[in-house]
Write a new protein. Sequence first.
Length: 208
Amino acid sequence: MSSQEQSDPKATGWSRRNFLATSVVSTMSLSLLERADAQTPAAPAKIDPNAPVIVRLRVNGREHRVPLDTRTSLLDALREHLALTGTKKGCDHGQCGACTVLMNGKRVLSCLTLAVVAQGPDITTIEGLAGPDGTLHPMQQAFIDHDAFQCGYCTPGQIMSAVACVKEGHAETDADIREYMSGNLCRCAAYPNIVDAVKQAKPLMKEA
Ligand code: FES
Ligand code: FES
């Protein structure tokens, strides 16, 4: 291309009109890019899965507000955060019954229950069974009367389960009691005495 062709707009195909059109398109592109940038939602704030949440638990008639990791079991909340160590951790896998507590009167394995889903119902632990004056619940007294324990580790869970067993109407016969208490294991094998204790407590619970 000669120097004359370079300076001749007709020869190069370049013109003032072309220049203006290109400038306008560039400016529009830039402004569209800026607008798209402004509309892009901000990245969501990072959520820390370990951040505690306030969990409200009503245990033995008392309200508690406890900051807990959402993965905390009801068992750990009771033992580690509310100092209610009567409820025992045996297997921590739902196999032994040592961690049994009552929720609205129904037995649950607190090792398999998340504390966050235990908000609302009345939770009763072994510490909440005796009367305000310290009088033992008929089931507690019956376990003592019948020597229904040796080491005692399974006993709080056995007693909570036995209370529910009677209330459910599953304590009519020895076989019934054995069947409906079968989720509570006792390594000391106090089973015959536990059956006797449940039979003693049953009529007394009805009177109470
Ligand atoms: S500790 Fe919950 S069932 Fe064993
Ligand atoms: S009394 Fe020892 S495990 Fe039951």
